[in-house]
Design a protein around this ligand. Structure first.
Ligand code: MN
Length: 717
């Protein structure tokens, strides 16, 4: 058991000039402050901070961190104030204690929200001083070690989930392997006790079957490499139950099918030796294809460096081998703590490359709408494996697996993301949703007039790209609603026979609980506020206007007109084999004159899409199905369907004006569908039979000229 004296002794082993009296003072201070409290185990509470500090000392952290470990719960749980701590132990310790305290203070309603909010605080606190996080992780580790004493099962599960989802990935991100493993395993034990037990039993069984296997393989590997390199040691160990379970889950296989449950590690003197050892291993044993990973030339984001390979080992069993220098090993085990321990007195701020991910998380944090959205992003960031890609200049960009050129573009710069129109991977033009692979060189093609498409959100995987796109789309939608609202209100003024003045609206903002005019416009545009309410509020003594007629009454009457199909699709398309059946795609409604392409559907003939149709990206893997097609000269006169999206005022006569206008331009309405309706406007889709794009363009221009029409566009879904 850890005692005050054993802690002081431990710290003095790596901190020769330790002020032992000060450290002992801190022990006594904490013990006294907590003297009336007990842990769930029944032990004196002081044992907890003492053991937290011991964990920190085992990571060789500086004395300020050790003292903070001792005091980390005093401000939260006892009479002690930050002023007391400043007085006794100085400002540095006080600000560390303050950082740790802030993480744990506020309770939230839902678990999801609490988790997200805690995490958010964690990031903010640690972005100021990384030691706050190390202390918090040590605190969590000791709490997990003693979680068995917590009586409420719900509470145990909640803490364990949080540990699994947040703290263990954070420890991994900071590169502290042993901390990550222990946190993960303790949480696993709580969350899936039966699974864990059965895995342990099987591991035990395997070990008993062949007790000397690990030792024999170590000897074999040693023999293979020792003459070629400056070897420090070879070690072997069974993987942890949790990592075995994760592998079974992710590959969807049973324990028996799991091959590499033992991992070996070769520690050598320098980088040169790493590659030499790798050569010797591959020379002697067969490598399992695609298993080799070089984290020395491209380190993980957390600074981890090593060579990984999986080979058919000396006794025909599959084994994983990791090769690294002793320095890399220290970084792998202690991660950020190795960089920030007592050896480096100064700079605990979060500059430096390995914290790029943290800055990115903080950026997302500033943009996300709420804690849940934030957590959704960051969980993704944490769990996915990485892919490494290069810019044309050779800069390395690390992204989660599954990332696309759009993710890449946003990783380079949000401006590049917003303006991206296309991408080249290794010199070839590819669709934007293409998945990137390790080592791809990615070039983003941009255009100043391009804006993000909401559909990108479906395939991007980085939180940064997703939140930037969402933010943009939100702004865009809002701008549309503001415009629409303004149009609706100004029209309402005219109907009242009054001149529209924006200033007049200032007087009703408060009435509608809006802080500025744009907010009011947006609310009208979205249909949350009725224009009549605004008019009535502005001009209380006005006369009541005419009743509104149902928009449909006119349309129903008109729809009875027969629509004669003049469609003659005999051979409007060139480039097809005779006898092929032909369909026009319902997604993009190609029109004569547009650039088109054919996709062969076995048994169903050919579907014609416009070349910019998004559906085409489904066929990038099957180029043999694409046919080059064009419009037959005669087809330029044949009839096709053009689909329009309109936003129109909700008032009598609107549909009459629409159909008159279309008819005047010799178009024929084939179908009509309302998408959304509010008291002031309708959003409708209209299918019009037209002769080619130019004909449709004419119809659109005429419609735009109508007073009842707010906007018209060609619609593609
Ligand atoms: Mn604590």
């Amino acid at each position: 058991m850890v005692t005050k004296q054993s802690l002081v002794d431990l710290v003095s082993t790596y901190q020769p000039d330790l002020d032992a009296v000060l450290l002992m003072d801190a022990c006594n201070f904490s013990e006294k402050a907590h003297s009336h409290q007990k842990r769930a185990s029944g032990e004196p509470y002081f044992q907890h901070p003492l053991e937290v500090s011991e964990i920190l000392a085992s990571m060789k952290l500086d004395v300020a961190s050790i003292i903070t470990g001792l005091l980390h719960d005093t401000v939260e749980d006892t009479e002690v104030t930050l002023e007391d701590i400043t007085e006794h132990f100085g400002g540095e310790v006080a600000s560390l204690v303050d950082g740790v305290t802030k993480l744990t203070k506020i309770e939230y309603q839902s678990d999801q929200q609490r988790q997200a909010e805690n995490f958010r605080k964690l990031l903010i606190a640690m972005s100021k001083d990384i030691r706050v996080l190390l202390i918090k992780l040590a605190d969590r580790l000791h709490n997990m070690r003693t979680i068995g004493f917590v009586k409420s099962r719900d509470k145990r599960l909640r803490i364990s989930h949080e540990t699994m989802d947040i703290y263990s990935p954070l420890a991994e991100r900071l590169g502290i392997q042993h901390l990550k493993n222990e946190l993960q395993d303790l949480a696993f034990q709580e969350l899936y006790p039966e699974v864990r037990l059965s895995i342990i039993k099987r591991l035990e069984f395997l070990r008993k079957q062949d007790e000397t296997m690990i030792d024999r393989v170590i000897r074999n590997i040693t023999d293979v490499v020792k003459d070629n390199v400056n070897l420090i040691e070879v070690t072997g160990r069974q993987k942890t139950p949790c990592s075995i379970w994760r592998k079974m889950e992710s590959k969807n296989i049973g324990f028996e099918q799991l091959s590499d449950i033992v991992a070996f590690r070769i520690i050598v003197k320098d980088i040169d030796d790493c590659y030499k050892a790798l050569g010797a291993i591959h020379n002697k044993y067969h490598m399992v294809p695609d298993s080799f990973k070089d984290y020395i030339s491209t380190p993980k984001n957390n600074g981890y460096q090593s060579l990984h390979t999986v080979v058919m080992g000396p006794e025909r069993q599959v084994v994983e081998v990791q090769i690294r220098t002793d320095h890399m090993h220290e970084v792998a085990e202690y991660g950020v703590a190795a960089h920030w321990s007592y050896k480096q007195k100064k700079d605990y701020s979060t500059d430096g490359k390995q914290f790029r991910w943290m800055r990115e998380l903080l950026e997302i944090l500033e943009r996300a709408e709420g804690p849940e959205e934030f957590l959704e992003h960051t969980k993704l960031e944490m769990y996915y494996d990485q892919v490494f890609c290069f810019t044309p200049k050779g800069d390395l960009i690390a992204m989660p697996k599954g990332a696309t050129p759009v993710d890449f573009a946003y990783a380079v710069h949000s401006g590049v993301g917003h303006n991206c129109v296309g991408a080249k991977i290794n010199g070839r033009i590819v669709p934007l949703r293409t998945e990137l692979h390790n080592g791809d060189q990615v070039e983003i093609i941009t255009s100043k007039t391009q804006v993000p498409s909401p559909s990108w959100e479906k395939f991007v995987v980085t939180g940064k790209a997703r939140s930037e796109i969402r933010r943009f789309v939100r702004q865009q939608q809002r701008a549309e609603y503001v415009n629409l609202g303004k149009a609706i209100i100004s029209k309402a003024f005219r109907e009242e026979g009054r001149e529209f003045k924006e200033k007049a609206l200032d007087t009703v903002l408060e009435h509608f609980h809006k802080t500025d005019i744009d907010e009011l416009y947006a609310a009208v545009g979205e249909g949350n506020i009725n224009k009549n309410d605004i008019i009535t509020t502005l001009f209380p003594d006005r006369k009541v206007t005419k009743n509104k007629k149902n928009l449909f009454s006119f349309f129903r009457k008109n729809a009875k007109h027969p629509i004669t199909s003049k469609g003659n699709h005999a051979l409007p398309i060139t480039g097809l084999m005779p006898g092929m059946a032909l369909h026009f795609a319902g997604c993009c409604h190609p029109l004569p004159g547009e650039k088109i392409v054919g996709i062969v559907n076995t048994g169903k003939g050919v579907t014609i899409h416009t070349t910019d149709c998004e559906v085409l990206s489904n066929y990038t893997d099957t180029p043999e199905r694409w046919i080059d097609v064009g419009w037959d000269q005669e087809s330029l006169d044949s009839i096709h369907i053009g689909r329009l999206k309109l936003i129109v005022s909700h008032e009598s006569g609107t549909l009459a004006s629409l159909s008159n206008s279309i008819a005047k331009d010799l178009g024929n309405i084939n179908n009509l569908k309302i998408i959304t309706r509010s008291s002031d406007f309708f959003e409708i889709l209209v299918d019009v039979e037209v002769r080619g794009t130019r004909h449709l363009t004419n119809i659109i221009s005429s419609l735009r000229a109508l007073e009842c029409v707010h906007s018209v566009e060609r619609y593609k879904d």
